[in-house]
Design a protein around this ligand. Structure first.
Ligand code: MG
Length: 384
């Protein structure tokens, strides 16, 4: 079990749950980071006594420093600050609970510092892909998935002695708040409708990604890298109850699944205790009470994002970076009430079409492809 952790993004949904899990397991929280929620960072500083806190925004960092001047906690800021907590000398794992591309650089810094990674930041693998995986191999660093689907697959793969025995991975998806809706229905949905996820309580960005099903598309890309599987061996099935968190099918026809109540605390804890298991405070699964589990194929005509992501990973290079950046920008605009729900997917498609394939081999090229896509979208003529 890990003894000391650093948490990138400790004030978000995964971050706060990580701190609760750490507290329950008696793991020391050595370093944390946040951006805007200074009052929560202050409370976390007082409760967990981290040695160092990074606040991305410089002004907010000053404010926090002032508020906790009675503590011995060091406060740092900017991207440099995020990288500093990611490489915190006493921690033995970095939990990347931060959302968005901003997580890529600090994760790479942590891998170079030979820290294991509990990966909750999708963008690290969606955009960083081969670069991150190869770097982790070189540095003998473990990347432990925290995303519930990838953690489920990772758990079902324990005991798999030969990768050739694997037939496919099956990612489950709740279907989000708009399951069963037609393209026409989606035209009139509101921000409030989209933020109303049936099973999971998550941050705003991922909740919208779940409503467009981009989240599942990004998870396919993530799974190709994490488990070294081609996209056509990764299936998606809608499972409304979110009890089965994903499955692995072996060549003899055996299908292994990981089940549990929809709580992120189980995958977070497994990443911290791996390969061991510890008692948790999570409520037990009661299948007798749930009674039925239902499954449906995804409707990729209505939710096109899954196929956009499949195309992107098949083509490789700048493509996954481009669609990810386009999505992040479009979701930001939707959350700011600047565009309609259906325009998120339209914007991603426009961006996908605009940028031709380009080979990517360095971090600079990743950041450049990301920046170009964002600029393209910011300069787009959006009517609504
Ligand atoms: Mg997930």
């Amino acid at each position: 079990m890990k003894k000391n952790i650093a948490v990138l993004g400790s004030t978000g949904s995964i971050g706060t749950q990580t701190l609760e899990v750490a507290k329950n397991l008696g793991i020391k929280v050595g370093a944390i980071s946040g951006n805007k929620n200074i009052s929560l960072l202050e409370r976390q500083a007082r409760e967990f006594s981290p040695e160092i806190i990074a606040v991305f925004d410089e002004k907010n960092a000053k404010k926090l420093k002032e508020n906790i001047r009675d503590l011995s906690t060091k406060v740092v800021c900017g991207m440099e600050g995020l990288c500093e907590i990611s490489c915190f000398s006493k921690s033995d794992i970095l939990v990347t609970a931060i959302s968005g591309m901003i997580g890529l650089k600090p994760t790479i810094a942590a891998i170079n510092a030979k820290k294991d990674i509990a990966l909750a930041n999708k963008e690290t693998l969606v955009a960083g892909g081969n670069l991150v995986i190869n770097l982790a191999k070189e540095n003998k660093v473990n990347i432990l998935p925290v995303d519930s689907e990838h953690s489920a697959i990772f758990q079902c793969l324990q005991g798999c002695h030969d990768k050739k025995d694997l037939k496919k991975l099956i990612l489950t998806a709740s279907g989000g708040p708009f399951f069963g809706k037609t393209k026409g229905d989606l035209k009139s949905v509101t921000l409030k409708d989209a933020l109303n996820h049936p099973n999971w309580s998550m941050g705003a960005k991922i909740t919208i990604d779940s409503a467009t099903m981009m989240n599942k598309g990004l998870e396919i890309i993530e799974a190709t890298h994490l488990f070294d599987m081609p996209e056509d061996k990764i299936d998606v099935i809608i499972h409304r109850e979110s009890i089965i968190h994903s499955m692995v099918e072996y060549k003899d026809g055996a299908v292994l699944a990981q089940l549990g109540i929809p709580s992120m605390k189980i995958p977070i804890q497994y990443a911290l205790t791996y390969p061991k298991r510890k008692t948790s405070e999570t409520e037990a699964l009661n299948l007798g009470k749930i009674k039925n589990l239902s499954f449906y194929p995804p409707d990729t005509n209505v939710f096109e994002t899954i196929n956009i992501c499949r195309r992107a990973i098949k083509q490789g290079g700048n493509k996954p970076i481009t669609v990810n950046a386009a999505n992040e920008e479009a979701v930001g605009m939707f959350l700011a009430n600047k565009i309609k729900f259906t325009e998120i997917t339209e914007i991603i498609k426009e961006c996908e079409k605009h940028f031709a394939y380009a080979k990517i081999s360095t971090l600079e090229q990743i950041l450049e492809a990301d920046q170009k896509a964002r600029e393209f979208i910011r300069n787009m003529d959006i009517k609504s």
